[in-house]
Design a protein around this ligand. Sequence first.
Ligand code: TRP
Length: 447
Amino acid sequence: MAIPIEREQWQSRLGFMLAASGSAVGLGNIWRFPWLTGENGGGTFLFTYLILIFTIGLSVLMAEFALGRASQRDVVGAYETIGSKKWSWVGYVSVLTGLLIMSFYCVVGGWTLSYAFRAGMGQLAGDDAEVLQTIFSTFTASSLEPVFWQLLFIVLTVYVVMRGISSGIERWSRILMPILLVLLVGLAIWVLFLPGAWEGVKYMFLPDFSKFTPSMLVTALSQALFSLSVGMGAMITYGSYLKQQENLPRAALAVTALDTFVALVAGLLILPAVFAFGYSLDGGPGLAFVTLPAIFSGLPGALVLSTAFFLLLAIAALTSAVSILEVAVAWVHSQVSVSRQKSALLVGVIVTIMGVPVSLSFGIWQDVTLVGLNLFELADGLSGKIMLPVGALALAIFVGWIVWPRIRDEVLQGSEGSAATVRVWGFICRYIAPPAIVVILVAGLIS
Ligand code: TRP
């Protein structure tokens, strides 16, 4: 194993918290969560999601932070130094999962940039459901344009990662994330007063357990892991830039709570709007891009508000994309001993090569399918419903069974009063998470 070149550190406790929250809060919350909740039966899905995120999700998040801090290594190095060479495959799978996620994440990141631009140019003013739907489908099917924005999004991500951990990510998140939150909450309150909106609230919160299906269970697990950025080492990598003082249980809980809060607010913004404007609940990946402009066009100052909103959303996506890219970059940087700059460029090129076909799958390549799924659905489904759960499963077994005393002591450093919490956490990592993930995976695959 190559000797890591001097490692970076977060400049402050706050910096770490911001970066971890910036990673968690992203398109997963605002674009993916409302769409999946709409498609999977509303309250039933939400209920399942909440249980999974606060048991398995939170536990895996804490395990990732601890493994990262204990090892001070990239994801492959973490499994090797704390465990043994035998475990390095989990690290390699993680790096691959990250690349696969990036291949579609940057497509949607590009959409947000393009929508910020369009909003600024006043092109999203049509408030009619059909018009907005057509604008979205025409745009995503047009090949060149979405690819242009996708490339811009990749360039921005690579640029931040090249600048390094603290000067890039920490500074930006500090100012912009709070503004996004305020805007989201304000918009959601406004939407709730639209006629018909209440139907959306009921749909989101009232569980109807007759809608429960095994495949919804995998979707909820996949979304819980995706939203918290766990299952592929992003939080291991971020944890590895920590010094020793951080209270990890508290940090993990704060990130999970904030992430859930943002998802709920985004749901409360988009789902009621679906009912108020008469859209279909199974709007798929386009849902947010159709409902949000519809919301804005009813508001005074629509142009400024919608431009600001999509820009902030693009930035939230960027702070998440940075954390996904960082996993592969940290690995290349330390294991292959190439400079951070060159590693970031290299990974950026790979992500571009993988990502352009995914973007085209909304247009000229929509007929390229495998087992009935187009490239977007494949990248999204394979990474989220199979690779992230497998990564989380491996991590729970690794931490709970293989290296437990070492990781337990790691967490207790900086959280000396939390012995009871740590015991509960150990119990989940050992006895709850592994069987639950296996059952959910199997149920999802055979259904
Ligand atoms: N959590 C981010 C979101 O909700 C996406 C993300 C960032 C991610 N890093 C990750 C997903 C690592 C899976 C794994 O948008």
